[in-house]
Design a protein around this ligand. Structure first.
Ligand code: PGA
Length: 244
């Protein structure tokens, strides 16, 4: 696991976008695993700017997102499909048919989750998986629990996640209590992983991810076992980590 120190959010966002841009440049038909949340918004802005400058071509890129709230349709303004359209897909030359976000309205969800994993595998797995990290150490919506769950599955969100995400909803009662998420096995199968984190609220989680025991109570800690994982984090998020 390699740690890249960024000065602040903007610096983190530029560095992360540069890594993703290099992936798209080197392999124009790459498979990107993508993330939502506040953290990647600046990264996506930088990718859009690079596209507008003529430096990036997304026409052959395929994407698979980590997660989606259960029960939200893709046109709901808090759904992750909507987030991806608004923050990235609507602004670059990606073919929307090549973009995939778990369907929040899937009916036979066990079959649909298995099909999602099969599709990621059939695409050759993610060349690069972008991840944020939750205050509680979650990746995707793999919440702290007793075991690492391998495949895409339905999760009950923890109070801490519901609380953290309520800032984006009119009221905490509107936050869905469940979500679909890629499992740890699906994430770990990515050829490379890029974790981004900023702000002091993430400091403990970033420390535990990089230096704590590898335990499902901190799902991100499994990334210590990934052969090609880069963490780009700002000073505040790295405050509890050793200096070098
Ligand atoms: P955030 O969420 O980027 O909104 O902080 C990160 C996450 O929960 O993975």
């Amino acid at each position: 696991m390699r740690i890249v120190r960024a000065k602040n959010y903007d610096d983190m966002s530029r560095k992360a976008a540069n890594i993703i841009a290099a992936q798209v440049t080197l392999k124009p038909d790459c498979v990107l695993g993508l993330a939502t949340g506040s953290t990647p918004i600046g990264t996506y802005k930088n990718l859009v700017a690079a596209y507008e400058a003529g430096d990036l071509d997304f026409s052959q890129v395929k994407t698979y997102n980590l997660d989606e709230y259960r029960g939200l349709p893709g046109d709901h303004d808090q759904s992750y499909r909507y987030f991806m359209n608004v923050n990235l897909f609507d602004h670059v030359n990606i073919d929307k048919a090549n973009t995939h976000v778990p369907d929040g309205l899937m009916e036979d969800y066990e079959a649909a989750c298995a099909a999602y994993d099969a599709a990621v595998a059939a695409a050759g797995h993610q060349d690069l998986q972008l991840l944020g990290i939750g205050n509680n150490g979650h990746i995707g919506f793999n919440e702290p629990c007793d075991s690492f769950i391998k495949g895409t599955h339905c999760v009950d969100l923890t109070e801490s996640t519901i609380q953290a995400n309520s800032r984006l909803f009119d009221s905490i009662d509107d936050v869905p209590r469940q979500a679909y998420t890629m499992g740890i096995g699906t994430i770990m199968a990515a050829k490379s992983v890029l974790v981004i984190a900023n702000g002091d609220a993430k400091a403990q989680a970033v420390h535990d991810m990089c230096f704590g025991p590898i335990v499902p109570s901190c799902p991100a800690s499994i990334l210590q076992l990934h052969p090609n994982c880069v963490v780009v984090a700002d000073e505040a998020a790295l405050a509890l980590c050793p200096a070098e």
